[in-house]
Write a protein that binds this ligand. Structure first.
Ligand code: GAL
Length: 681
């Protein structure tokens, strides 16, 4: 479906959509004069830009006062873009309330857990549950939808912007009221809530709904289930807001697809995007590289997870950066080749649109040092030349549009509820990092040249011969059953420390950890042995573990011990176990091995699962592969993870991007990407 949506502005002589990848940026013309707009569209044509996101932060310009409207400038921009072949992903403009609104209605401003009200003056200063904000915002949405309903440039609606980016957790009285309503809907009776929250502990029993508050700053650790429910509620509140804007848009423009830009990144765990995916007509994501040893792997992981959220279907990369951002302690410029490699890695994982923040680098404002497609230096710059070259590459890759990911042998299960629950306070360790453990497994597979799909809870597990579920902490009975069935029907499940420990209410499954998966794994953990920062234990397979250890007893006769602890409190006891099940297996890794340690362990798990690298041995680790398949054929993406040239022998197919040598081996430039069509069906 997305291929049709994304092709809206371009149709062939028979009226059928012409496949193409979209290319563009956030466009903020209100920061520039009309003369600059003329240059903008000229340069957009030169770069091959065919889509922009418009009006994201334009509320104050579009509605300068409660009853004053000014659409003339936006009409002009929409027309200009259309005349120049650029489609518009039109924002509803509700992301940043104007000063007149916050002055008249300071009660829309978010409140922190310490009771401080956030001031206006930046952006996204609104409470997701504020009825006053919603009334004003939906009025603007209706005006926008009505005005541009029939504009030929309009191809999609962009609800708000990065919902929850700065305001996911609001502890205001509005939030308290909405939280109580949400809890009533979830639990119906106070008895059920009291049981779920374990309020027998610390004299927390509630006798009236009105006594319940968000988990505001308290004398000690707030109730954990209250905290978990507040996370669920906060994600749901934004989802509800998304639905409210969408309802207006669908009423006025039923045929125009609606999306909003997700932020699938380690630092933005507040929004359960797996749960939001069905609310949008196509999934859109923003991603920014955060420097570090796994920066590139994290980009790939995020793109892969976005594909998982989109159910393997194509998605829209709404924002990334051409070079440096402005919000890290030190903002690194991208090196030659990185702009294209980053973009094409997203395409490799299913992006059918490649867009940046932003089109033209701002001269003023908080983001003036953030890179853009047109830098401060202007079009006569290496950066703009790299942008134009990328535009050409994306034209060449048009046949890829609409293709879906071909399932990989390995799936990595990414579960928002476990992310939230495993990192709560008052736990065995505060050092646990859910996302990093998942990323370590992904990095390990990349270093072995093994393709993996990152999937979310609820996905069809049977597509993967091996399923890795790192720190799957929160396991309701239904999920335990699904995983057991998966392994009994021949799947190879791998899980780690602090998995299967609690149910959906954050109550411990009793009788020995990991209660929900104990029988399946054929082990019993009596006690957790978290390690102080920097302390490690040795295993007898020459690896070392950090962060965590477990006191494990093997309970099933068939459970094999793949590695024992050699040092530490549990020296001599099992550290890594594997229980064969009817055709499959269930493996438990009780310590943090890190990406290198996992890369040493994984071959012993992959082999019985029948999963192998599809790459020649000499390039494994240097090259990332993905496969997309669709109406235009089967496409193999080879991404050079290194800074040196790499030759990949034995690959055949029609080269769309990149090159081959005289023997037909694929040549990957340093940080380069090659795309081949390996079959036409
Ligand atoms: C995003 C946002 C953009 C811009 C960008 C900078 O969070 O949607 O408006 O701020 O980050 O990296």
């Amino acid at each position: 479906m997305i291929s049709t949506l994304l092709s809206r502005p371009q149709r062939g002589p028979d009226g059928a959509p012409v496949p193409r990848l979209l290319f563009g940026a956030d466009y903020n013309p209100e920061q520039w004069s009309r003369k600059v707009w003329e240059e903008d569209v000229r340069l957009m044509r030169a770069a091959g830009v065919n889509v922009v996101s418009l009006a994201i932060f334009s509320w104050a310009h579009l509605q300068p006062g409660p009853d004053a409207w000014d659409f003339a400038w936006l009409d002009e921009v929409m027309d200009l873009l259309y005349e120049n072949g650029v489609g518009v992903d039109l924002a509803t403009a509700t992301a940043s309330p104007p000063p007149w609104l916050t002055t008249a209605h300071p009660e829309i401003l978010p409140v922190t857990d310490r009771g401080e009200t956030l001031s206006p003056g930046a952006r996204q200063h609104w409470r997701p549950t504020s009825p006053v904000f919603r009334e004003h915002a939906l009025r603007l949405v209706r005006e926008m939808a009505t005005r541009y309903a029939d504009h030929p440039a309009l191809f999609a609606w962009h609800v708000n912007n990065e919902l929850g980016c700065h305001n996911v957790y609001d502890y205001s009285d509005d939030a308290a009221r909405a939280f109580r309503d949400w809890l009533r809907a979830r639990y119906t009776t106070l008895d059920t809530l009291n049981h779920a929250w374990g309020t027998a502990f610390w004299s927390q029993r509630y006798g009236d709904w009105e006594q319940i508050l968000p988990p505001r700053l308290a004398a000690s650790h707030p109730n954990p289930t209250q905290q978990l429910d507040f996370k669920r509620f906060s994600s749901d509140s934004l989802k509800d807001y998304l639905r409210a804007e969408r309802a207006v848009l669908r009423e006025v423009t039923p045929d125009v697809p609606v999306t909003t830009n997700f932020m699938v990144m380690p630092g933005t765990k507040g929004m359960n995007y797996a749960d939001w995916a069905d609310e949008v007509d196509f999934v859109a994501n923003d991603h920014y590289v955060v420097p570090g040893p796994q920066a590139r792997d994290e980009l790939s992981f995020s793109a892969n997870l976005t594909s998982g959220i989109a159910g393997g279907r194509p998605w829209f990369l709404m924002e990334h950066s051409t070079s440096a951002v402005n919000w890290q302690p030190v903002n690194l410029a991208k090196r030659p080749g990185e702009l294209a490699r980053d973009s094409l890695t997203h395409v490799a994982h299913g992006a059918d649109a490649v867009c940046f923040f932003q089109w033209r680098q701002s001269a003023a404002g908080a983001e003036k040092y953030h890179s853009a497609m047109v830098p401060h230096a202007g079009a006569d710059s290496d950066l703009f030349r790299a942008v134009t070259a990328l535009g050409d590459t994306l034209k060449t890759l048009a046949p890829v549009a609409g293709s879906e990911r071909e399932p990989a042998g390995v799936g990595i299960l990414f579960d928002w509820e476990s992310w939230w629950a495993s990192e709560q306070d008052s736990h065995p360790t505060s050092l646990l990092d859910y996302h990093r453990e998942a990323l370590d497994w992904y990095s390990a597979l990349l270093s072995l040249g093994v393709r993996a799909d990152v999937v979310t809870t609820g996905a069809d597990l049977s597509r993967h011969r091996m399923l890795i579920a790192p720190v799957l902490h929160l396991v309701p009975a239904g999920l335990a059953k699904d995983l057991t069935r998966y392994a009994e029907q021949g799947g190879h499940l791998v899980t780690t420390y602090f998995s299967g420990v609690v149910d959906e209410n954050d109550h411990v499954w009793l009788g020995g950890y990991p209660g929900a998966l104990r029988d399946l794994l054929g082990i019993r953990v009596e006690e957790f042995g978290p390690l102080p920062a920097g302390q490690e234990v040795e295993l007898d397979d020459a690896s070392t573990g950090g962060l965590w250890t477990d006191h494990i007893t093997v309970t099933a006769p068939s459970t094999e011990v793949l590695a024992h602890y050699r040092t530490g409190a549990y020296a001599g006891r099992p550290a890594v176990t594997r229980r064969p099940t009817g055709g499959g297996s269930a493996t438990y890794v009780s310590t943090r091995l890190g990406a290198d340690g996992l890369a040493s362990l994984l071959p012993r798990l992959l082999e019985p699962a029948g999963v192998m690298s599809e790459l020649p041995a000499e390039v494994r680790g240097s090259v990332e592969t993905t496969v997309r398949r669709g109406p235009g054929g089967r496409f193999l993406f080879l991404v050079n993870r290194t800074d040196r040239a790499v030759t990949v022998p034995g690959v055949t197919g029609e080269v769309l991007v990149g090159g081959t040598d005289a023997d037909g081996a694929v040549l990957l430039a340093p940080r380069g990407v090659t795309v081949l069509r390996t079959s036409t069906d």
